[in-house]
Structures are given as C-alpha cells and as structure tokens.
Design a protein around this ligand. Structure first.
Ligand SMILES: Nc1ncnc2c1ncn2[C@@H]1O[C@H](COP(=O)(O)OP(=O)(O)OP(=O)(O)O)[C@@H](O)[C@H]1O
Ligand SMILES: [Mg+2]
Length: 227
C-alpha cells in the first residue's frame, strides 16, 4: 500500500503533514516517535477510521481507500487488515477461548471453523494451555497475547500492533519479537508502533520515525533513534 502524501488533522490541529510511505506486502515496519507524534492517528487512517484532510491511501490494486471504494471492496479491505490497539478490549469475565471465539462469532464464521481456528491461534501465542482461564486471571502480557490470537483467527494480510507505552521486560520483549517474526515469515505485513528501543534495535527492520508532524527518517535495518 502507498500512504500518498497524506495530511491528518483534528479540527484545526495538524497531526501529520504530507506523509509519504510505501509499504510492501512482505515488510516488517516499525513506527517510532514520541507520544503524540501521530502513530495511532496514522494507523487509524490505514483502517478507514480517520479520513485524511488531503490526499489518500492507495491500496495494492491501485484503488484509493477514501475515494470511490464500493461497499464490498471496503469490507474486503477491512477484513485484510487488523489492528491490536493500545486499549484492546477483552471480555474480562469470559474465558480465553471464549474471547477469541467471540471475535469470530460476531463476524459470522461457522462453528466448525471456529473450533478449528481458535486452538490454532492460541497455540501460536502459547496460550492453548490457558484456554480455560478467565481474562482477569491473566498477566498483562498474556492478555496481550489473547488480543493477538483474536487478530490471527481472521488471517489478515496486514497485522498492526499499536504497542502500549510502558517498558517491557526483556523476556516479554523477546517473546513479542518471536511472535511477530513468525507472523511476518508466514507472509503477513507487520507494522508495529513501538516505544521499545530494545525490540527495534534487535530486529533491524525498517524503521520510520515521526516527529514535528513529518517523517524525519525512514531506514532499512534501522535502529531506535529520535532527536
Ligand atoms: N480524537 C482526537 N481528537 C483530537 N485530538 C486528538 C485525538 N486523538 C489524538 N489527538 C491528538 O493527535 C496527536 C497525535 O496523537 P496520536 O495518538 O496519534 O499519537 P501517538 O504517536 O500514537 O502517541 P502514543 O505514543 O502516546 O501512542 C496528539 O497531539 C493527540 O493529542
Ligand atoms: Mg498511540
């Protein structure tokens, strides 16, 4: 997809100005930048949740996301991209398995597919053994992994993780890397908005830095660096 020179504004406040980024299907991309630099806003623009004030997002089939999409093609696109937001919502009083299954039920999947896909997704995030635990019994990182499993059952082409701001311990950071590298090696596009310099520096992937409303750097094999 191509983020084609977009400008994002809230009322009269500009969050991002003339941002131009092309992301290939097989890529693993980090968005870095201080809190408030516009990472979540850009992610919202990618999923048809925040209309750019100027210009547009061009999909791989050359269709503009905000201009002239039919209802069907919009639905298809929205199924192909999944965001795990910072304030992911899990159903606390339901079990792990039910939380992931519920995400499929509301999308109209058949029971047979749900019974097949949910354990597969839980296995990928090492949570199958905890499938009958309630959400409130889980640690923070286990909850995050339920949110990732909920994304995986939809088999999206693009998966985006909008990382929470607090620091991760090294063990958790390593597990996060393993999960998302695995997803990427399955051929999915991975975008991570990250505050964690350890993760960014270890993976040496493409790093796009946002500051003062613009992209200040965009480097392959990049590292975590903001002025
Ligand atoms: N709904 C909104 N209405 C008005 N302003 C908003 C809204 N959402 C975000 N903003 C503002 O837009 C700017 C960019 O916010 P955004 O959430 O995109 O930053 P971020 O880079 O994701 O930050 P963080 O690292 O803390 O998640 C901030 O100044 C924020 O206050
Ligand atoms: Mg954010």
């Amino acid at each position: 997809m191509k983020i084609d020179n977009i400008t994002l504004t809230f009322w009269n406040k500009t969050v991002l100005k003339d941002v131009d980024i092309e992301i290939k299907k097989w890529e693993f991309v980090f968005f870095i930048g201080y809190s408030g630099s516009g990472k979540t806003s850009l992610i919202r623009a990618l999923i048809w949740d925040f209309r750019p004030m100027r210009w547009d997002i061009i999909l791989d089939n050359n269709q503009s996301l905000y201009k002239g999409m039919t209802e069907d093609s919009l639905l298809n696109y929205r199924r192909s991209i999944w965001v795990i937001f910072q304030d992911y919502k899990l159903l606390e009083s339901k079990k792990v398995y039910e939380n992931v299954a519920f995400a499929m039920e509301v999308c109209g999947y058949s029971d047979a597919i749900i019974r097949k896909k949910v354990p597969e997704a839980l296995e990928k995030v090492w949570l199958l053994i905890k499938k009958d635990k309630f959400i409130y019994e889980l640690s923070w990182w286990e909850k995050q992994r339920v949110a990732i499993a909920r994304a995986l059952v939809h088999d999206p082409q693009i998966i985006i993780w909008d990382e929470p701001t607090w620091n991760l311990d090294p063990e958790t950071a390593k597990e996060i890397m393993d999960i998302f590298l695995d997803i990427n090696s399955d051929g999915k596009t991975v975008i991570m908005a990250s505050h964690d310099s350890n993760i960014v520096n270890k993976l040496k992937k493409r790093v796009i830095a946002f500051q003062n409303k613009i992209v200040v750097s965009d480097t392959e094999n990049g590292h975590y660096h903001i002025h």
